[in-house]
Design a protein around this ligand. Structure first.
Ligand code: G3P
Ligand code: MG
Length: 233
């Protein structure tokens, strides 16, 4: 599938608080065409934007996301705003015409299939579908697909595992997202020969991004979208 070459990581990279609506607005203002963000469920089952299992690092609150209700999460501040819901982020992407990579972020001890099913259900109802759904969790991806079969899916890995072909077949994934530091030429060639789009995270140097594009990587996730010109995005 066609990816933007530069994907702002966790909404706007370092342009704003991570996984925030302000990040989406900042990415759009800069001229980004694509953004990535992480989603997980509140204790009462509402998909919110968050990367870590707890709110401690990225907000002024404390506690595990999966044990906090939406009302409690909304009292946790990310800079000037409360923890966003996935619904708000999707509306923002529609408003700014952003391609989006929605990452289903499985939490330790959590129910990956429930995460996938709830988010998949929401995406089937409320997302324009311009972008891709990804996860490190195969169970989360398969559950999302059971609810949102028309959307595109990507497998997310640190290093490419030996059984990647089986996982691609199980999910009909159109893309594979890999840690740029774990990418090897042979794996990249095999993925491309299989017709898959390859995107790499997290690339915060322009030269490194250009070397990856030259090697056949379609897109990079970056905390520094400001290093790229608008016509390179
Ligand atoms: O999806 C690419 C990247 O976001 C995966 O790593 O830990 O930043 O979610 P992480
Ligand atoms: Mg992510």
């Amino acid at each position: 599938m066609s990816y933007p070459r530069v994907i702002a990581h966790r909404c706007g990279g370092t342009l704003a608080a991570e996984n925030s609506l302000a990040g989406l607005a900042a990415a759009a203002r800069l001229g980004c065409r694509g953004v990535e963000f992480d989603t997980m469920l509140s204790a009462d089952g509402v998909p919110v934007l968050m990367h870590d299992d707890t709110v401690d690092r990225s907000t002024d609150g404390h506690g595990e996301v999966s044990r906090l209700t939406l009302a409690q999460l909304r009292r946790c501040r990310l800079g000037d705003e409360p923890v966003p819901t996935l619904a708000e982020a999707l509306a923002c992407c529609a408003r700014f015409d952003l391609w989006a990579n929605i990452e289903l972020k499985a939490v330790a001890g959590g129910d990956d299939a429930e995460l996938g099913a709830v988010v998949g259900g929401m995406l089937a109802r409320a997302w324009h579908g311009r972008g891709v759904i990804s996860s490190f969790s195969l169970d989360a991806l398969l559950a999302a697909q059971s609810q949102a079969s028309r959307h595109a899916y990507a497998l997310l890995f640190e290093a490419l595992p030996g059984d990647w072909r089986e996982r691609v077949a199980a999910t009909a994934a159109v893309a594979v997202h890999l840690d740029a530091g774990r990418l090897d030429a042979r794996g990249l060639a095999a993925l491309r020969a299989a017709g898959l789009t390859v995107a790499c995270y997290t690339v915060n140097e322009r030269d490194r991004a250009q070397a990856l594009y030259a090697a056949g990587v379609a897109a990079v996730f970056t905390d520094r979208p400001d290093l790229f010109a608008a016509d390179e995005m």
